[in-house]
Design a protein around this ligand. Structure first.
Ligand SMILES: C[S@@+](CC[C@H](N)C(=O)[O-])C[C@H]1O[C@@H](n2cnc3c(N)ncnc32)[C@H](O)[C@@H]1O
Length: 253
């Protein structure tokens, strides 16, 4: 399919060249949603978070409060906040929001941001069905600024925008965490042509230090895992923390 010509004209937060990205993802989500609606016949779709999210939350809990778990509160672990309100999380490129909904179920004030308004509408609808409160933001991560020292946790799964990630350090609260998983440059070799193949969307293992800039790396895994359909995928998983003290770069768009 030929892509419409790129026009860099502002339209709210979305520039028109990015609107075509939004349109492509909207078309995918329309189709997916119709299939899911048919399959579930009115049942609420279960929340299926990225497995690494749960592992990362356990890991962070162990680092922050130790490995002993004596109660459900310990197990869920929520960072304490100055106001006593639940901590805030932001999922970049949240899609239909499984990871946002999962964090909301665990007690976070969870937000997701995605360029596709279909995706954020689906997230809002799922949250309503589950009687959860979430923030669903439609915005282009190429230009959107996630704020300053606001988030206790930023997550990002299967999406790579190097500039958007460079804004995370400043957006995290001091001591806040980034949990990130994306496809690596190994992926095309092991995937049999499935998933991303464009190097723009693939992370080179040597890029990790520059990607994290002022964050402290707490955990890294470079792995190839089977996908269950006879194929494999190559991923890089990272958990990093903003130091409690020290200057970090301002938001750059
Ligand atoms: C592969 S999906 C991943 C969705 C979700 N994180 C997950 O793991 O299921 C990539 C997501 O990135 C979103 N996306 C693509 N370009 C974007 C942009 N410029 N700004 C914000 N979101 C974008 C798409 O709409 C899509 O929901």
């Amino acid at each position: 399919m030929t892509r419409p010509p790129s026009k860099k004209v502002a339209k709210g937060n979305l520039r028109l060249d990015r609107v075509s990205d939004a349109a492509r993802w909207n078309a995918r989500y329309d189709k997916l949603h119709a299939q899911l609606d048919k399959a579930r016949r009115g049942q609420t779709r279960p929340v299926e978070p990225t497995p690494f999210l749960e592992e990362a939350l356990d890991f962070i809990r162990c680092v922050e409060v130790g490995p002993r778990v004596t109660s459900r509160t310990d197990e869920l672990w929520l960072p304490t906040t100055a106001t006593g309100e639940p901590p805030e999380s932001l999922d970049l490129a949240s899609g239909t929001g499984d990871d946002v909904l999962h964090l909301a179920q665990r007690g976070w004030r969870a937000h997701g941001v995605d360029v596709s308004d279909k995706a954020t509408q689906i997230l809002e609808r799922r949250a309503r069905d589950l009687e959860l409160s979430v923030g669903a933001i439609t915005a282009d991560l190429e230009t959107w600024c996630p704020g300053s020292e606001r988030w206790h946790l930023v997550t990002c799964f299967k999406y790579l925008d190097r500039r958007a990630l460079s804004r995370v350090t400043h957006a995290l609260k001091p001591g806040g965490h980034l949990v990130f998983e994306t496809f690596s440059t190994e992926h095309p070799r092991v995937s049999g042509g499935r998933g991303p193949g464009n190097s723009r969307f693939l992370l080179d293992p040597n890029e990790v230090p520059s990607l994290l800039e002022d964050l402290q790396l707490l955990h890294r895994a470079d792995l190839v895992e089977p996908t269950g359909d006879g194929s494999s995928r190559a991923l890089i998983r990272l958990i990093a923390r903003r130091p409690v003290t020290g200057p970090v770069a301002e938001c750059r768009t």
